[in-house]
Design a binder for this molecule. Structure first.
Ligand code: FES
Length: 94
């Protein structure tokens, strides 16, 4: 089962493969902010600081929102992220 570590708290959680990051956070009251939940606002932007090698590449729509939301290199949108590998994440600077 993939593991996600939240750099802000240092907590690590096992997440069932293929779970949407937003669903896992909301079901477990985890410390990550979301807004629109559909990839438009950028509130959920995060940076994968370790791991994440098996994440799919950033799509065009995700890329546009990330560019609008943060200057952090390689940022992703938490509301579109599907957990498929170990990773450490922190909120992006927005
Ligand atoms: S919550 Fe709005 S882009 Fe993810």
């Amino acid at each position: 089962m993939p593991k996600i570590t939240f750099a802000v708290t240092g907590e690590t959680h096992e997440v069932p493969m293929g779970t949407r990051f937003i669903d896992f956070c909301q079901e477990n009251d985890l410390p990550h902010d979301f807004g629109c939940t559909v990839g438009s606002c950028g509130t959920c932007a995060l940076v994968v600081t370790e791991g994440g090698a098996d994440l799919p590449p950033v799509g065009d729509e995700e890329s546009e929102t990330v560019e609008m939301a943060t200057a952090d290199e390689g940022a992703r949108l938490g509301c579109l992220l599907v957990v498929n590998c170990d990773m450490t994440i922190k909120p992006a600077e927005v």
